[in-house]
Design a protein around this ligand. Structure first.
Ligand SMILES: *[C@@H]1O[C@H](CO)[C@@H](O)[C@H](O)[C@H]1NC(C)=O
Ligand SMILES: *[C@@H]1O[C@H](CO)[C@@H](O)[C@H](O)[C@H]1NC(C)=O
Ligand SMILES: *[C@@H]1O[C@H](CO)[C@@H](O)[C@H](O)[C@H]1NC(C)=O
Length: 645
């Protein structure tokens, strides 16, 4: 099962396949692999968009990583099981070999087939070895190595910018020192990253970036912008700043900038994708962001629902999504300083996932006999053309209409660093109507400045603040009772719902999640198995929402995620969402002693065992959990996660 070109990396570490696999040339694509890659076959004709982009996150490159060392020593020393391409399921960071192979895979499989890259931070290793404390220059070096690898893959000297597609980076909480702590800009980090990312940050945005670590890039000129948020200013664990409510805070300024950008984009009839490192997780006792920042973000996503196509994050290393509920927005509350949540750092991932599920269970449920398929995109009529009944109307009222506009969605991709297995994802979007538009690669830098439309008094206000700050006149912290920021307008009442809500150009259609099964790669042929398939690539499809029989997502609209969340949280799932019980269990697991005795005694009676069994019934929830951990956990381990609540 080992791709030939990986052999030099893998051999010498006692991997049995090395001896036998080397005979198969890697150019021979197995049928299985062709099937797996059908999603990204066919480069677009030159000069056309492909309708796909790559989201990749949390590389955590560690140049001290040494194969054969102990995972307890973060794969730096002593003898142990650290594999040549990373130690899956551990806290070790990524060896350069994994990073190299990942980029090689991207070059072989995605180059020429994607329109842009969203790269959501944490490229440097963790500061988790007291014998090798990180230094500022090491962090910058690691980031430079990664920036260079992107440039090497996507370099195109014949285009005005020297790159074939735009790469949009953002700062992670481990890309700075000490980790999590990021002061108001400009600071040494914003300055250094301006240099490291000089090829990625549009020229006229460099000043903005140096000031605050945020920027915007028109990934499809005049059509679509990627907005790179500096989530360090929203991050609850960043003790150098204090949320988004007080005017003196960089988080406040960041939100003002974001609001103005979204207004400008709306004026220009453009759409936006938001990206950041730390996602706005807010479930159970977990609060990634300061509450005042979460409030503004949720408010903006709701008000700019005609502009924002979607948002992607990293940091948490588990595959999941979150729904922001605009009914949770309370502008005055947003002004108060949020509570610290010292608990959340130790709160386990499974507790968090269970809290998410509880939140989703509390969202309005569709009437029992209503299938989401009956929702018409254009009117409140069912698929058969009949007007909706009272119950349906009431339900729609609760969720903000047939497109669930009450909510917005943030997607979190798992990491390259193999906390579980290395991953990356390719998202497909609708490019109907964008045939022949000028591409980023063909637009000279000077074209970027089209966006300098002035926004009368608001931008003046922002400018004033910036000026004040420069003079060092800081406002008083947290004193004001009334929020002082402009609440953005709703979309025009005649505007159609945005691409995050209803099918149109830019709407996200599907997500193909790729992963590298290092377990299989390291051990697959150790028992002399057939090596015919030894030329597979490092990353293969874990699941693709386009064909997935369990999620059954027609697209990646908010409504589709709302529906999925309701199915995941349903404790009385509809028939097709129930784990098959008569046949083999979906995920085999050994019952505990107690369970099996009860089972024998009273196979169908009530009591504790039945409650347990009920929890295991929903296979959408089970699949969601399995995927959260990239398929790494065993059935028993998943049982544990499930039984946590
Ligand atoms: C929705 O569709 C399902 C089948 O897809 C049908 O059984 C049901 O009656 C429909 N409901 C309404 C309200 O039209
Ligand atoms: C893409 O958008 C166009 C309108 O812009 C729409 O007619 C079409 O159905 C969409 N395609 C898909 C696959 O959703
Ligand atoms: C990874 O590979 C191992 C060994 O071949 C296999 O047992 C396991 O099921 C695979 N995991 C996934 C998620 O495919």
């Amino acid at each position: 099962m080992i791709p030939n070109r990986l052999l030099p990396v893998l051999c010498g570490f006692g991997i049995a396949a090395c001896a036998s696999a080397s005979a198969v040339p890697f150019t021979e694509q197995g049928a299985e692999q062709q099937q797996i890659l059908r999603d990204v076959t066919g480069a677009q004709p030159p000069g056309q968009l492909s309708g796909r982009f790559l989201h990749i996150t949390d590389f955590h490159l560690d140049t001290y990583y040494k194969p054969g060392t102990a995972v307890e020593r973060v794969c730096h020393r002593d003898k142990g099981a650290a594999g040549p391409l990373g130690a899956q399921g551990t806290e070790c960071d990524s060896p350069e070999a994994l990073i190299d192979e990942t980029f090689r895979w991207i070059e072989d499989n995605l180059k020429g087939k994607i329109d842009f890259v969203l790269w959501t931070g944490d490229s440097a290793r963790h500061d988790n070895d007291e014998r090798k404390p990180r230094t500022a220059s090491e962090i910058i070096d690691l980031n430079e190595i990664l920036a260079t690898k992107f440039i090497d893959v996507f370099e195109d000297k014949e285009t005005p910018r020297g790159l074939s597609i735009p790469i949009i980076p953002t700062i992670g909480n481990n890309d700075i020192m000490p980790h999590n702590i990021f002061k108001e800009g400009p600071n040494r980090w914003t300055r250094r990253f301006t240099e490291v990312w000089a090829r990625f940050i549009p020229e006229h945005q460099r000043h903005t970036f140096e000031e605050g670590g945020w920027f915007l890039s028109e990934v499809i000129p005049n059509k679509l912008a990627a907005v790179s948020l500096n989530t360090m200013y929203f991050y609850e664990s960043n003790s150098a700043v204090d949320g988004c409510a007080a005017k003196s805070e960089p988080g406040y300024e960041h939100m003002e900038w974001l609001r103005i950008q979204l207004e400008l984009l709306r004026e220009r009839n453009m759409k936006a994708i938001l990206i950041g490192h730390v996602p706005p997780a807010r479930a159970g006792t977990k609060r990634n962001w300061d509450e005042s920042c979460w409030q503004k973000y949720t408010l903006f996503l709701n008000r700019f629902r005609d502009v924002v196509v979607g948002s992607v994050y990293g940091h948490m290393n588990i595959d999941h999504f979150m729904l922001q509920d605009s009914h949770d927005v309370d502008i005055l509350a947003a002004n108060e300083n949020a509570q610290d949540n010292p608990d959340f750092l130790v709160q386990s991932r499974s507790t968090y996932l269970n809290s998410l599920r509880e939140n989703w269970a509390e969202m309005p449920s569709p009437p029992a006999d209503m299938s989401f398929d009956n929702w018409s995109d254009s009117e409140l009529v069912d698929a058969a053309g009949g007007a909706l009944g009272k119950k349906e109307r009431r339900f729609f009222d609760k969720i903000g209409g047939p497109w669930a506009e009450r909510y917005s969605v943030s997607l979190v991709s798992p990491s390259v660093v193999p906390n579980y297995f290395p991953t990356l994802r390719v998202i497909e979007y609708n490019t109907t109507g964008l045939e022949g538009v000028p591409l980023w690669a063909d637009s000279p830098y000077s074209d970027d400045s089209v966006e300098s439309v002035t926004l009368d008094d608001e931008s003046d206000e922002l400018d004033e603040q910036v000026q004040k700050k420069k003079k060092g006149k800081k406002g008083k912290k947290g004193k004001k009772k009334k929020p002082h920021f402009k609440v953005p307008e709703h979309p025009s009442p005649t505007a159609p719902p945005g691409p995050a809500y209803s099918h149109q150009t830019m709407t996200w259609l599907s997500c193909a999640q790729y992963f590298a099964n290092l377990t299989s790669l390291y051990g697959g042929t150790s028992e002399g198995e057939d090596t015919a398939a030894s030329n597979i690539n490092l990353y293969t499809i874990e699941y693709d929402t386009r064909t997935d029989k369990i999620y059954k997502m027609k697209d990646l609209t908010v409504r589709s995620y709302f529906e999925l969340a309701k199915r995941i949280s349903n404790r009385n799932p509809r028939k097709s969402d129930i784990l098959p019980q008569d046949t083999e269990p979906f995920f085999p697991s050994t019952p505990t002693k107690e369970e099996s005795t009860q089972e024998d005694a009273a196979p169908l009676a009530g009591g504790k065992k039945n409650r347990n069994r009920k929890k295991h019934k929903n296979r959408v929830w089970r699949t969601f959990l399995n995927r959260a951990f990239v398929g790494y956990l065993s059935g028993d381990e998943l049982d544990e996660v499930e039984s946590e609540n």
